[in-house]
Design a protein around this ligand. Structure first.
Ligand SMILES: NC(=O)C1=CN([C@@H]2O[C@H](COP(=O)(O)OP(=O)(O)OC[C@H]3O[C@@H](n4cnc5c(N)ncnc54)[C@H](O)[C@@H]3O)[C@@H](O)[C@H]2O)C=CC1
Ligand SMILES: O=C(O)[C@H]1O[C@H](OP(=O)(O)OP(=O)(O)OC[C@H]2O[C@@H](n3ccc(=O)[nH]c3=O)[C@H](O)[C@@H]2O)[C@H](O)[C@@H](O)[C@@H]1O
Length: 436
């Protein structure tokens, strides 16, 4: 099938590449001229494990194309995916201007029937708005389908190629058939295509992200309680996660959730609720807990340095909002850096993939280390913000030799408390006994 993907960011590029991988001819459209030039020249523009191999193969075998021209991009396409930004507006509602602008352009350009797919995360009722925007000028028939994406960054290719489920929101038999054919290679017995109406599909996406964010904030509150009661959150996590009604995943406490979606999608669902006079109390609490959790380590760090961080120098391992991605959107590390600098401290950072993205926004406010151990030079203490696997079994001899104080503040509970005690570290983490 010939398809188009409009927007070649994290979702669009993975979507386009994976649909090419199942034999479709895919044209990706983006307004970012540099991005399109790099992609056309064979350079992948995001860090996603496993993407480069698929990308290169499909580019070489001429199933994957890139253009800045929407008109060229949609020509002869049966399906057009919109994988455009839906950032939070000033009031927290999802900003649909990117989507509706392209919908308007499509209405003017389309010359034959197409299925237009909302792949982006959009508020309930957006499909109707997209239909209206296209219909204003469109001379042909078309359908609009809601097909929310559930991939996680860092495992995006795997998540797309082996989805737990595919959600298709449409009342059009014609569109349903086309989408069923397109997704057939991705679904098997255990992970079906779930067909529903557009509004339910739109809400499913927000409900999924919001529930996952709720699990995280719940465990972060349990972690705070563990510290006050002298319990161990790792034990509690294992104790409750063994109940398959709760499940083992998304129960890891830390310094809060970041990324481009949980923060914006929880906020957008709260806003959508307010718009229909509903006060979504749980989600307001989820957001409040998460905001506070980002700086969970700061009081511990300040207490260790007698509430005076002026002139102190910190090594910070981890910048990306989570491991295996270069994405720093809403990364807790950025909030920690700001708090340390505001308190008069200096910071040297290291991250396996996200350094350039941080350098673009933080510039020379901080310093950047080429290696995780040179990051420790002249540091008073080490702070860990992202659980990259390369940080999980470090050379503690190098750490203790480099740090002025044998102090580690671990926002992702990487190390065993007992072991840190044995090695004589001052070790503080989230929801577990502090080693002082
Ligand atoms: N990043 C993720 O892990 C996931 C994101 N989503 C949703 O997918 C949507 C896209 O997210 P990302 O891919 O992360 O965004 P992104 O910001 O990485 O990519 C968006 C792309 O759209 C392009 N663009 C903007 N205006 C355009 C236009 N008029 N024509 C063509 N291209 C245009 C931008 O240049 C950019 O390359 C959002 O609604 C997001 O909530 C859903 C699931 C996962
Ligand atoms: O809509 C989206 O963009 C995507 O958002 C999340 O995926 P993602 O944000 O890429 O990353 P996650 O692995 O979900 O982690 C999100 C945040 O939660 C944090 N987290 C995750 C799990 C956990 O147990 N504890 C925890 O603090 C991570 O550190 C990270 O900051 C969802 O998991 C995807 O299903 C969804 O498609």
């Amino acid at each position: 099938m010939k398809i188009t993907v409009v927007g070649t960011g994290y979702v669009g590029l993975v979507t386009g590449t994976c649909f090419a991988e199942t034999g479709n001819e895919v044209t990706c459209v983006d307004i970012d001229v540099n991005k399109v030039a790099k992609l056309s020249a064979g350079q992948v523009t995001i860090y996603e494990p496993g993407l480069e191999k698929l990308f290169e193969r499909n580019l070489k075998e001429e199933r994957l194309f890139f253009t800045t021209s929407l008109e060229d991009g949609i020509r002869d396409a049966e399906v057009v995916f919109l994988a455009l930004p839906t950032p939070p507006g000033a009031d927290g509602a999802a900003d649909l201007s990117f989507i509706l602008k392209v919908a308007d352009q499509l209405g003017k350009l389309m010359t034959d029937y197409k299925v237009i797919v909302d792949k982006s995360t959009v508020p309930v009722g957006t499909a109707e708005k997209v239909i209206a925007a296209i219909a204003q000028n469109c001379k042909t028939s078309f359908d609009v389908v809601s097909n929310p994406e559930f991939l996680r960054e860092g495992v995006a290719v795997d998540d797309f190629m082996k989805p737990d489920r595919v959600v298709i929101g449409t009342n059009s038999e014609r569109a349903r058939k086309i989408m069923g054919e397109l997704y057939a290679p991705f679904v098997r017995q255990g992970n079906p295509i779930i067909y529903m109406d557009e509004k339910s599909a739109e809400l499913t996406k927000y409900a999924a992200n919001s529930f996952l964010a709720t699990k995280i904030s719940f465990m972060n509150e349990i972690a705070v309680l563990c510290e006050k009661l002298g319990a161990d959150v790792d034990m509690v996590r294992r104790g409750i996660g063994s109940d398959d009604r709760i499940g083992k995943r998304f129960l890891f406490p830390g310094i809060g959730y970041g990324g481009s979606c949980f923060p914006k999608d929880v906020q957008a669902l709260v806003k959508s609720s307010e718009d229909v006079n509903y006060d979504f109390r749980i989600l307001n609490a989820v957001m409040d807990v998460n905001e506070k959790q980002k700086l969970f380590l700061l009081p511990k760090i300040k207490a260790y340095f007698n509430d005076d961080l002026k002139g102190k120098h910190f090594a910070l391992w981890g910048l990306a909002f989570k491991p295996n991605t270069d994405d720093i959107r809403e990364a807790p590390a950025l909030y920690i850096i700001d708090a340390l600098v505001d308190a008069g401290a200096t910071v040297t950072v290291f991250d396996p993939e996200a350094m350039e993205n941080v350098r673009q926004i933080a510039g020379d406010k901080i310093t950047y280390a080429e290696h995780q151990y040179t990051c420790l030079d002249k540091a008073d203490a080490l702070i860990i913000a992202t659980e990259w696997s390369v940080f999980r079994t470090p050379d503690f001899n190098k750490i203790s030799a480099a740090l002025k104080y044998k102090a580690i503040f671990d926002g992702r509970n990487l190390f065993e408390v007992a072991r840190m005690r044995e090695m004589g570290y001052h070790y503080e983490s989230v929801g577990r006994a502090a080693i002082v």
